[in-house]
Design a protein around this ligand. Structure first.
Ligand code: FAD
Ligand code: UDP
Length: 383
């Protein structure tokens, strides 16, 4: 791989890096080198067909595209059409199955009642009042102030401790903002108007995104193995973990990683849905993904299905971290890295790992498009 004369180097072929590379190539008309230390493009959104069954699996866990941003929706559909999948999640608790996020069906089943929307609202308001929390300061207080203690203990506490590895009182309340509470029977996981899975799969979407004569992709290539050879004057777009970039000089940020256990089952349908959460602390995994349910339009085998059990584990940035933990200590540390980053005007940090933010795919694409427009399009990346 020749680095001489390079003007643009993008580190990481997830959505942030791939979109920036596509824009530099197609909009600015310049050559760009995109590297990833993994053996494939797509970052955490990558999917691959299981060789035995042909079922497309989301290798790093279920990825559902959902957005309310028209610009992002129009942009991404240039590279793939989407099917009409809408995400619904179920939660297994004490041998019964409940709807998640918590809605009227969840509340009525959990309490053995048959409340109307107004009745459930009044009932939960009384549960919340028992706790007396006026200004929630962390995830636990926020959740309890939304749904009361019993629902929190059943559906949130155990799952959250497994997922994040810390007591929910140490986590930011923003994590739980992702999970709505509904006093209707609506069971959609997301409220966004546009949702779906790429018809040809995420891997084909990424191939199309990067299919441009100005883009050169180099896989199995670690930035830290080549950084000494990057020519002066080259703009680097770095989407790996920001603390790793600075060799952890202020300490390590908190990250969570995932581990998946794959199983091919000889039944046509294992659980009847794409994602089943296991909310009790006694189950060692957080959820089971069954990928066939993402593509009802495909003719998948009727006698086999692929499931992944998901385990959450402590993260090391030397691996590929999945989630920023974002405790108060992490946020302070991140500010120090962000200040340090300003001293490197030739490096643009972005994406989930580079900006230490819990970004969905649509928000990642939106951030990449605006970073490109503000810092690269007019050649003003040094300003
Ligand atoms: P990534 O996709 O993580 O890509 C970063 C890339 O940088 C990686 O490929 C990595 O190998 C590479 N890299 C890192 N360091 C180096 C280095 N030193 N040298 C070379 N390459 C390097 N979003 C949704 O919208 N819907 C969902 O349903 C959804 N589900 C999710 C489920 C899980 C389990 C997870 C973890 C995330 C989910 N997301 C979902 C979020 C989605 O994965 C992110 O929005 C998206 O991956 C962010 O893209 P990115 O480019 O910032 O980072
Ligand atoms: N959560 C929970 N129980 C559930 C689902 C989610 O407690 O059954 C909490 C948990 O803290 C999780 C957060 O809500 O981290 C956000 O959930 P989401 O499904 O958005 O997480 P992701 O899919 O990004 O892992």
């Amino acid at each position: 791989m020749d680095l001489k004369g390079r003007r643009y180097l993008v580190v990481g072929a997830g959505f942030f890096g791939a979109v920036i590379a596509e824009r530099i190539a197609a909009d600015r008309g310049e050559r760009v080198l995109l590297i990833d230390r993994r053996s494939h493009i797509g970052g955490n959104s990558f999917s691959a067909d299981d060789p035995q069954t042909g079922i497309e699996c989301h290798v790093y866990g279920s990825h559902i595209f959902h957005t309310g941003d028209a610009a992002v929706w129009n942009y991404v559909r240039r590279f793939s059409t989407f099917n009409s999948y809408r995400h619904r999640v179920l939660a297994a608790y004490r041998g019964a199955v409940y709807q998640m996020p918590i809605n009227l069906a969840t509340i009525n089943r959990f309490y053995g009642k048959n409340l109307t929307p107004a009745g459930a609202m009044a009932f939960i308001r009384d549960e919340i009042a028992k706790e007396g929390i006026s200004t929630p300061a962390n995830l636990e207080e926020k959740a309890v102030s939304l749904i009361g203690r019993p629902l929190y203990e059943a559906f949130i506490r155990g799952y959250t401790v497994k997922q994040w590895g810390v007591d929910p009182v140490l986590l930011p309340e923003s994590i739980i903002d992702r999970l709505p509470v509904r006093y209707t029977y609506k069971s959609d996981y997301f409220n966004d108007p546009w949702q779906g899975i790429p018809l040809g799969g995420y891997h084909r979407l990424f191939h199309k995104l990067l299919d441009h004569a100005n883009i050169e992709v180099s896989l199995n290539t670690d930035y830290f193995a080549i950084r000494d050879r990057i020519p002066a004057g080259c703009t680097v777009i770095f989407t790996g973990p920001i603390d790793r970039f600075f060799d952890y000089r202020f300490g390590r940020l908190g990250w969570r990683n995932l581990r998946f256990e794959k199983e091919i089952c000889d039944v046509g349908d294992f659980q009847g849905t794409s994602v089943m959460n296991y909310v009790e602390s006694t189950a060692p995994f957080t959820r089971i993904h069954e990928f066939r349910h993402y593509h009802e339009e495909r003719n998948y085998p009727k006698d086999a299905t692929v499931i992944y059990r998901e385990y959450s584990v402590a993260g090391e940035t030397d691996d590929d971290p999945a989630y920023p933990v974002n405790t108060a200590r992490d946020r302070e540390l991140f500010v120090r890295y962000a200040v340090e980053a300003k001293k490197y005007p030739h490096v643009i940090f972005g994406g989930r790992l580079g900006s230490y933010q819990y970004l969905d795919m649509d928000k990642t694409i939106a951030a990449a498009l605006s970073t490109y427009a503000e810092r690269i399009r007019r050649g003003g990346e040094r300003s």
